[in-house]
Ligand binder design. Structure first.
Ligand code: AOF
Ligand code: ZN
Length: 373
């Protein structure tokens, strides 16, 4: 069904889509290539929400050459009047004769209507080329559209013997500067960061994305293009005060607790700090309720927390992905454990984890793992 040219062009469209990974949210990252008589006459990708969709860039580049051409799109062209007019309509008006789609759009505003609109206009539509590869670019968007929940990545750093700190709590630094820059890039592509009050009290982190620490990404992403993630702190007993490094950075913060903060504490917060009371389960914040709340606006969240909170996400089957930075160090059997988990009695009970990617980051190894829940 698919020719070599089809696969080559869709690969290129997926590469284009990846360029939007840091900037399109909450929209998906989409790429498009337009081909006429074996030649690429147009290409483009979605850059930011509210701006033109991928197909519009590609059609504008192709101009009249789009007539009779094939358009490759990583996501079903939209059929709705959102912030921009429907891309399916633009493809029809430009006289494209064939559209090849990798993934159908689960957004209820679209979900098959883009394909129907094109077919009704007599355009040949082929769906399902490189679907799995294209899905990888939009795991968060697809999960939120299908389940109303964000994709959850849990970031961990550990020694060879699986420890995150010495027994006295010293953890600076297990991994090298390259891994820490890699974490900055990881933060930059997530919509929200989730941490616990213990981490805030122990480390007083800023939890922001710093352009100067983006390493190889810094040249592609101007400081003004960085989307600072929403910083979410789980503070079930509402213990946090206001003298925190977190508050000094003027980007949104959400403090989540199971009881309201005293008025006097709230009055001292800068305007970028909001709070939300959520239900408790065993006197801890209900993580399902948290994810439903974040899923209203966020495609993906990064959990950067200690063993208890990170362990709770894994224990409750809420972690989709684990990014583990492993340092070539041995911290000793009294060191702090990676995750606090329930005890397992059989191998069939342990979490099922698949290695997706493994690479060297400076002296450390980064493992990207998918958890099948
Ligand atoms: C496409 N091509 O490049 C993108 C699409 O807010 P709007 O008006 O930009 O609409 C966003 C929705 O459009 C988004 O949720 C998704 O369903 C679709 N995104 N569609 O054909 C694109 N970014
Ligand atoms: Zn569109």
């Amino acid at each position: 069904m698919w020719s070599i040219e089809d696969s080559q062009m869709m690969s290129l469209a997926i590469e284009l889509a990846q360029k939007g990974m840091y900037t399109t949210r909450p929209n998906p990252s989409v790429g498009s290539v337009i081909v006429k008589d074996g030649e690429i006459v147009g290409e483009g990708y979605h850059i930011r929400a509210g701006g033109p969709h991928a197909e519009v860039y590609a059609l504008n580049m192709a101009g009249s050459d789009a007539k009779g051409a094939t358009a490759y799109v990583t996501l079903e062209p939209c059929s709705h009047y959102g912030r921009t007019p429907p891309c399916a309509k633009a493809l029809i008006e430009h006289g494209v004769s064939r559209v090849v789609i990798a993934v159908t759009d689960p957004n209820p505003e679209v979900s098959g209507r883009g394909i129907a609109m094109l077919r009704d206009a007599g355009i040949r539509v082929d769906v399902g080329l490189m679907t799995e590869e294209a899905k990888q670019v939009n795991l968060g968007f697809l999960k939120r559209m299908e389940k109303g929940l964000p994709w959850v990545t849990v970031k961990l750093a550990a020694s060879l013997d699986g420890k995150t700190a010495l027994s006295n709590g010293v953890s600076k630094w297990i991994t090298g500067p390259e891994a820490r820059r890699d974490v900055q890039r990881l933060r930059a592509r997530h919509c929200a960061l989730v941490t616990g009050v213990e981490t805030i009290l122990a480390d007083d982190p800023s939890l922001n994305v710093r352009h100067s620490e983006l390493g190889s990404l810094a040249s592609q992403l101007a400081p003004a293009e960085i989307h600072q993630p929403l910083r979410v702190v789980l503070d079930s007993q509402a213990r946090l005060g206001h003298e925190l490094n977190l508050f000094k950075i003027d980007s949104p913060i959400l403090l989540v607790s199971t009881q309201a903060y005293p008025e006097s504490v709230q009055a001292a917060w800068p305007p970028h700090v909001q709070s939300q009371v959520l239900a408790a389960v065993d006197s801890r914040i209900d993580l399902n309720a948290l994810l439903s709340l974040l899923g209203e606006s966020c495609n993906s969240v990064l959990v950067e927390a200690g063993a208890t909170l990170a362990g709770a996400f894994v224990n409750q089957g809420l972690a989709d992905e684990i990014v583990l930075y492993q340092a070539m160090k041995i911290l000793g059997s009294q060191g702090r454990n990676l995750l606090t988990l329930d005890d397992f009695q059989a191998m069939s009970e342990v979490p099922k984890i698949n290695l997706i990617d493994e690479r060297k980051v400076g002296p450390d190894t980064r493992l990207t793992l998918r958890v099948s829940n």
